[in-house]
Design a protein around this ligand. Structure first.
Ligand code: CA
Ligand code: CA
Length: 578
């Protein structure tokens, strides 16, 4: 009897321990497990879909705030973070490389960590962070001075800290790390400074490197043994093939938004940013693997396939947007709403293009995508001119281009519902004047060779939440928004779509009709993706609030239009009133 009791106690102890540490199994199962949110994307595939349905169009009128927490300080800048939830705790990152651990029930602060940032950091697009990864008893996030920090979930103590690269050369990091097959996968930011994009795999428990895979053609990949000795693991692509001269050495293609993973393909999908510099006349060729989706075999660190959306990009159409995989008719497909205004559907195993169609109304750089070759049909006269051909050699012909470089969609992650089989895409309609200028690479200096002004296309709304059928390319419904949308999306088994607006609202619409059924004013602009989870039979919704990001910094005429919006820094949690 006593023995039985002891074994019961041991079992209870073990199961609570198992609950306390985050395992690979739990991460693989994250999309289905509704009691926690362990990864950016609410599951490795990044669908941002939860089967929870307690909150639905009939009950949502009772959705009220439970608590709100202020990130405090004077650091009220853009808050683009997705919180993660585990073991009754919320881990949420904030501007200036800060992270907070909060009691998920009450909002009480458990601990905070403020990363000490040097003066010389060079983030292009506000001092934001997009979220943390959970593994074992660690919470791991990237910092603006291009480091990774792993903290003990319970105490906030630093367990390990590793440098990704030299911030003084323009490297920074703000994406949430991705855990796949027991590895920590991270990218880099800095495409505007001529950095070299790459994906790195580390041991999440120690931070030690396992492999690195450059996303600029010509660079060598490496693998590392347990003692840190590195060996060559093959060049990415073929040196000198799609880049002229030495430009590949500072070729950009930053993997700044992080990645997604599909356990059935074994591939991690990372989007890559612009080739550097922006002036496309300096780098004739496709400039692989810039503005692409790159599918990397997680076990080997090799590029299995790539699909390039904007070859020889001349508009800063960073192709970083998230590649969300889903099952369709026995196939595994992936959808991506590209900054260049087209929505792409690729076979997730092979990369073969299945469908491509516009998801914004005005696109000037191409008339469409050739489904046979996978290449865009360019409009050559809408590429900004070569400055060496200009009258004084200092400025090429300026063109009006749409979308603007801020994109048909930017960093705000979309959602996919397996119930409605629709993607929910936060889209924006805007354009830009863009021209080229001479430029040469200088370490730590902006490496654009271009000038620009963002323009509105009309006096009407810029943003639109669009429900898109990836099979037909049809917009099933849309909900216009006056300011450009900059926050991510959540969809649920309760037939709801949640998203935030720069005007400060977290709102929800009926997933089938687009009818807005609920909204709440958070006190500052929402530029982050919402999450949902359940605890003891109650469904919770949370979102970070705090206006900022690239629009107020780079938005030209659009920034003036939204200059009345106030900054902030907080996280809000909601549930149904009893
Ligand atoms: Ca989960
Ligand atoms: Ca860029």
């Amino acid at each position: 009897m006593q023995k039985k009791l002891l074994s019961l106690l041991v079992c209870a102890g073990l199961s609570s321990m198992a609950h306390a540490t985050v395992t690979d199994k739990m991460i693989e199962n994250d999309a289905a497990s509704t009691g926690d949110v362990l990864s950016w994307g609410i599951g490795q595939q990044g669908q941002r879909y939860s089967p929870l349905k307690q909150i639905n169009p009939s009950s949502i009128n009772k959705l009220v705030p439970v608590w709100s927490f202020s990130f405090g300080g004077e650091k009220q800048r853009g808050q683009e973070s997705q919180p993660v939830i585990h073991n009754g705790k919320m881990f949420v990152t904030a501007s200036y490389s800060r992270i907070f651990a909060l009691d998920a029930k009450t909002g009480a602060k458990l601990w905070k960590y403020e990363h000490r940032l040097p003066d010389g950091i060079m983030p292009c697009c506000d001092v934001i962070n997009r979220g943390a990864a959970l593994y074992d008893n660690l919470v791991i996030f990237a910092t603006l001075d291009a480091q990774l920090v792993a903290l003990n979930q319970d105490t906030g103590d630093v367990v390990w800290k590793e440098k990704i690269d030299d911030y003084a050369a323009g490297y920074s990091a703000s994406a949430a790390p991705l855990i796949a097959e027991g590895l920590l996968l991270t990218g880099v930011s800095g495409g505007e400074f001529g950095i070299v994009g790459r994906v790195e795999a580390r041991d999440p428990k120690t931070g030690k490197m396992v492999w690195s895979r450059p996303t600029v053609e010509g660079h060598m990949g490496y693998k590392y043994d347990k003692d840190g000795n590195k060996t060559e693991n093959g060049i990415s692509g073929e040196q000198g093939k799609t880049w002229p001269g030495d430009l590949w050495k500072t070729g950009g293609a930053a993997t700044w938004l992080g990645g997604t993973y599909n356990g059935k393909t074994g591939l991690a999908y990372f989007g890559t940013g612009n080739p550097a510099p922006w002036n496309s006349h300096l780098r004739k060729g496709d400039n692989l693997f810039s503005t692409s989706t790159v599918a990397i075999d997680v076990k080997t660190g090799q590029i299995k396939w790539h699909y390039q959306s904007t070859p020889n990009d001349a508009w800063d159409y960073d192709g970083v947007n998230e590649f969300i995989t889903y099952d369709e008719g026995g196939q595994i497909l992936g959808g991506k709403a590209d900054r260049n205004g087209f929505f792409y559907v690729n076979d997730a195993k092979t990369g073969k293009l299945v469908n491509a169609f516009p998801f914004v109304k005005k696109i000037t750089w191409a008339t469409g995508i050739d489904l046979k070759t996978g290449r865009p049909n360019f409009v050559p006269e809408n590429r900004s001119g070569d400055p060496t051909q200009g009258a004084d050699g200092k400025k090429g012909t300026s063109v009006f281009a749409a979308p603007s470089f801020l994109g048909g969609k930017n960093q705000m992650p979309m959602a996919y519902s397996p119930d409605t089989k629709l993607f929910y895409v936060p889209a924006n309609e805007w354009g830009m004047e863009i021209w080229n200028e001479p430029v040469s690479y200088k370490k730590g200096a902006a490496y654009l060779g271009a000038g620009f002004t963002i323009k509105t296309l009309s006096d009407g709304p810029i943003g639109a939440m669009r429900a898109i059928d990836p099979k037909t390319g049809k917009i099933v419904w849309e909900a216009p928004n006056n300011a450009p949308l900059w926050g991510g999306v959540l969809t649920t088994g309760g037939n709801l779509v949640f998203w935030g607006t720069p005007e400060g609202y977290l709102q929800a619409a009926d997933a089938k009709t687009g009818k807005i059924v609920w909204k709440f004013q958070t006190g500052s602009g929402v530029v982050a993706p919402p999450i949902t989870w359940s605890d003891k039979g109650e469904q919770y919704v949370a979102v970070a609030s705090g206006w900022g990001g690239a629009v107020p910094l780079w938005g030209g005429d659009v920034a003036k239009k939204v200059s009345f919006l106030e900054q902030g820094g907080s996280v809000w949690v909601f549930k149904l009133a009893k």
